[in-house]
Design a protein around this ligand. Sequence first.
Ligand SMILES: C[S@@+](CC[C@H](N)C(=O)[O-])C[C@H]1O[C@@H](n2cnc3c(N)ncnc32)[C@H](O)[C@@H]1O
Length: 240
Amino acid sequence: MYSDFKTISTYYDALYVNDREYTPEATKVKELLTRNGVPLHTDLLVLACGTGGHIPYFKDDYHVSGLDLSEDMLDLARKKFPDVRFHLGNLIDFELETDFDAMICMYGSIGFVRTVDNLRASMKRIAAHLRPGGLALITPWSTVEDFQDNIVVNAADRPDLKIARMEQVRLKEPAIVEVTFHHLIGKNKEVTYHKQSMEIGLFSREEYLSAMADAGLQVVEEYTGTDVRGGVYIGKRAAG
Ligand SMILES: C[S@@+](CC[C@H](N)C(=O)[O-])C[C@H]1O[C@@H](n2cnc3c(N)ncnc32)[C@H](O)[C@@H]1O
């Protein structure tokens, strides 16, 4: 099942993209990239970039481009950042003409590949597009070890757009989490209700690490602090 972001894309930024979370996240990611040998002003690909929420935080320091599976999310990203190159592609099998010095995959977006086989395939595609010594920085979508059922609640309140958001996060199958979005959207003097479920793969730490190692990415660091939502696994492609 592909989790369709069509409807959510139109109000994704209002609900999910904010300086409060993205600033410390991007600052920490840059620190991790630098510490692990990625120089500034090299080629950085933002995987599953969505509407490009992270792009402004990286585009002055790296040659940034993005990749995502959703045309709708990419349309918005392209409008916001006309000078940035965005690729339509699936983590599982993407094939680009360029290689990169680093790739980042934020906010647990890797979980949308859903199965361990797809996780392993994705890591192979990532490794195949990294230059020798290049870095992959992956934020897991929770892990088997730390997952808990949850109900998330918050709201966005802008003059032209008001959203009340509840999301039910529950274990549906042993390795599949179902997120059910209940969004009340107030726009153009009307309130509409949007309900949608998405399925996300719940992988163990070992599954992440072995998928990276078997793809040829040596895990050089794990960041478990709170600046980056979900933490980070960092894999390096062997030099030369
Ligand atoms: C929760 S959004 C996060 C967007 C962005 N990373 C951020 O943090 O703002 C997840 C994104 O992953 C993308 N996605 C889901 N499955 C994908 C896949 N198999 N390959 C590439 N992108 C995918 C979706 O289209 C969506 O834009």
